[in-house]
Design a protein around this ligand. Structure first.
Ligand code: ADP
Ligand code: MG
Length: 338
């Protein structure tokens, strides 16, 4: 893609973006929210028409006037907003818009068989072809979206923020599928703002900022995290994540948790929050804390430990704590923002 410009009323989403993707690589597209990542891949998918610029496939300029043009050139896209149809079955969604040539019953049987094969390849044989998509979780819907991309025999598969709806086990499965695709020579354009993920999955990367390419073709393995943050934000790390002064030792304790346990989810959780400080812990994304609810509202806590709010100790029998301020320690909201 060369010099792509796309303007919406009131927003210049892309202001001359370049992107070059090679066969068999995972090319990561990085940028803060609003940088133009989704708009760029919608141009590549034929869903948006660029105001300026050229898309080349195998070095030849192509016109992608509609999504079917992109698919014809082997470019399949999994959108950030999952574009599956709830009222249709899994197989109908996979073959939506490119129904098999044979008619009626035979076509449905072939579609069901191929869908079963695709689901097995994606590590989800439990997703049946005749299940209605509306009954699936967001992660399940994403698998259907990926099966649809694979059903097109694509040469380039674009994944826009694919892990946003996945838990850590499903992320591992996605990475396995990505490795399988690239080993078969398929290029994956992987969009994310999660640097750890990009480090694991990517080969090269392009960084967008305010609708412009600020770096392209960088090797993922040898590009420092601080450099990526600088490229994404335009600021050095110490400005992007300003250091806060240490809390005054005398600041009053507003929340004090000690030895909290929820059987099967977490144990021995202790922390203290002082007035005027924000508190966050990576522990909530650790595998053993996965799917756990906030310790403040842990309904199944067997050994609740000690929990004190604003220095007034709460008896376990009074849980869940209903104070609106208690939402400050809810891990789900923290993960959603992460
Ligand atoms: N359909 C649209 N209409 C108007 N503005 C849009 C539209 N789509 C995206 N934008 C704007 O274009 C910019 C880039 O958006 P987007 O491509 O979604 O960024 P990203 O995916 O990097 O978060 C943002 O300012 C966004 O508000
Ligand atoms: Mg986006």
């Amino acid at each position: 893609m060369r010099g792509i410009v796309k303007t919406f009323p009131g927003a210049r989403a892309l202001d001359g973006v370049d992107l070059e993707v090679r066969c068999g690589e995972v090319h990561c597209l990085l940028g803060q929210n609003g940088a133009g990542k989704s708009t760029l891949i919608k141009v590549l998918a034929g869903a948006h028409q660029p105001d300026e610029g050229t898309v080349l496939v195998d070095g030849e300029p192509v016109v992608l006037a509609r999504p079917t043009d992109a698919l014809r050139h082997g470019i399949a896209t999994m959108y950030q907003e999952l574009d599956v149809v709830d009222g249709l079955t899994v197989a109908e969604n996979v073959y939506l818009g490119h129904e098999l040539a044979t008619a009626g019953f035979t076509q449905r049987r072939v579609a069901a068989r191929r869908t079963r094969e695709l689901m097995a390849r994606l590590g989800h044989p439990e997703i049946r072809p005749r299940t209605e998509v509306g009954a699936l979780s967001a992660a399940g819907k994403q698998i259907v979206s990926m099966a649809r991309a694979l059903s097109h025999d694509a040469r380039v598969i674009v994944m826009d923020e694919p892990t946003a709806v996945l838990d850590s086990e499903e992320v591992e499965n996605l990475f396995r599928v990505v490795a399988e695709l690239t080993a078969a020579g398929i290029a994956v354009v992987y969009i994310s703002h999660r640097l750890e993920e990009i480090r694991r999955v990517g080969d090269r990367l392009t960084v967008l900022k305010d609708g412009r390419t600020v770096a392209t073709g960088l090797p993922v393995a040898s590009t420092e995290r601080a450099e990526l943050i600088r490229l994404m934000t335009g600021r050095a790390v110490e400005y992007a994540i300003p250091r806060r002064p240490a809390p005054a030792a005398a600041a009053p304790v507003v929340l004090d948790v000690e030895g909290l346990e929820l059987a099967g989810s977490f144990r021995d959780v202790s922390f203290t929050v002082r007035a005027g400080r924000s508190w966050a812990s990576r522990a909530w994304s650790a595998p053993d804390a996965r799917r756990s609810s906030s310790p403040c509202s842990a309904p199944g806590a067997r050994r609740p430990g000690r929990f004190a709010w604003a220095a007034a100790r709460c008896a376990p029998a009074r849980w869940p704590v209903r104070s609106p301020r208690a939402s400050g320690c809810a891990p789900r909201s923290a993960r959603a923002r992460a």
